[in-house]
Design a protein around this ligand. Structure first.
Ligand SMILES: [Mg+2]
Length: 261
């Protein structure tokens, strides 16, 4: 077995559930890093800017927390510079579009009648019928429809809550169009990981740790690396995914990996 140098680690359901860190997760990340692994955090949560998640990890004592990618950043790789992008998502997408050189257009009454090149849909707590209407009209007028991710739910301390994929499904239903998808398990996120980690990244030296088989497990397959499934988040949802190891939580995953580092 080739030694493991890179850990691609999901956040929701692996490191934390809602406001609570999962027991032993921070210690497990430290253990992996001390064992010689480079840990990269890859989340489909697009709502907040990456700095929010980096700060939360750093405050809990995680080193190298800046090694983090969100599905908002993956979605922004699908935008050409100077394109006008209707933001049907949270502030994380607005920031990612700006950083990619695009022009974020807030999904307000002022956007009606404006030229829109693309609509990006992600988790958006304030999503409502007028926002759905404006997004759908822009897509019917020719804008590309891009989804940060297709997760229909995400885990919280009180159970699963509707995810960005649920909002995207509404826009797809209202337009009859199928979105381009950016986050795990899709190719734009895999390309973003390979670019950020650098040319030394080799899938055979990497392991994906996640809770959702249909996103994390499929993403491991997209990257070409092994998948460790934890049961601290959502329930298994894709029985065709190849799983290297099944463990209760990140702390158990770290025990398995450190021996292979
Ligand atoms: Mg997860």
């Amino acid at each position: 077995m080739t030694s493991i140098r890179y850990i691609i680690c999901d956040l929701d359901g692996v490191v934390w559930n809602g406001d609570s860190f999962i027991e032993g997760s921070v210690e497990a990340i430290t253990q992996l890093q001390r064992g010689g692994a480079s840990v990269w955090f890859v989340t489909n949560n697009s709502n907040k800017p990456p700095s929010h998640y980096v700060q939360r990890l750093s405050d809990a004592g995680v080193d190298q927390a800046h090694q983090l990618l969100t599905s908002a950043q993956a979605a922004a790789t699908l935008i050409e510079s100077d394109e006008r992008v209707l933001i049907c998502a949270g502030p994380g997408v607005e920031q990612a579009v700006s950083e990619a050189g695009g022009a974020p257009i807030p999904n307000t009454e002022d956007a009606v009648g404006e030229r829109i090149d693309a609509v990006i849909v992600g988790l958006h707590i304030e999503f409502d019928y007028p926002r759905l209407d404006r997004a759908a009209r822009a897509v019917r007028s020719g804008a590309r429809l891009i989804g940060t991710n297709s997760d229909t739910t995400f885990p919280t301390a009180t159970g699963e809550a509707p995810g960005g994929g649920a909002i995207l499904a509404a826009v797809e239903a209202a337009t009859g169009r199928e979105a381009l998808l950016a986050g795990k398990p899709h190719a734009p996120m895999a390309a973003a990981v390979a670019e950020r980690v650098g040319p030394e990244f080799l899938p055979e030296n990497a392991v994906m740790i996640g809770d959702r088989y249909s996103t994390d497990g499929r993403f491991a397959a997209e990257l070409g690396c092994r998948f460790i499934a934890v049961s601290s988040g959502v329930k298994p949802d894709d029985e065709d995914v190849v799983v290297w190891k099944r463990v209760p939580c990140l702390a158990d995953a770290a025990q398995h990996v450190v021996g292979d580092c």
